[in-house]
Design a protein. Structure first.
Length: 96
């Protein structure tokens, strides 16, 4: 059991080193780093926005919302998340 963990951990570290060396050799500017070279598609854009939004909401907003409205407020999360994805994709294409 421990052998597999060591092997997989070593492969993971090796993959990280290879990716780091490969990306270090590329010449990039600060704008390309901060804006991902303006090459991210709508799927990655939605996932990035959702990760940032849900990170803040889970730690700050969700506990108080459930304390105030009860656990039945999950339906609000499902509807608002679906609407958020729809509107980001809908308005994301014209903004590119």
């Amino acid at each position: 059991m421990i052998t597999w963990v060591i092997i997989l951990g070593s492969l993971f570290i090796l993959a990280l080193v290879i990716a780091s060396v490969k990306s270090y050799k590329k010449d990039r500017t600060l704008d390309e780093y901060m804006l991902a070279g303006l090459n991210i598609g709508p799927t990655i854009g939605v996932l990035t926005f959702a990760a940032a939004l849900f990170s803040a909401f889970i730690f700050m907003g969700m506990p108080d919302m459930f304390r105030t409205h009860g656990i039945g407020a999950w339906i609000f999360l499902a509807i608002s998340d679906g609407a958020m994805v729809f509107f980001i994709i809908w308005f994301g294409y014209p903004l590119r």
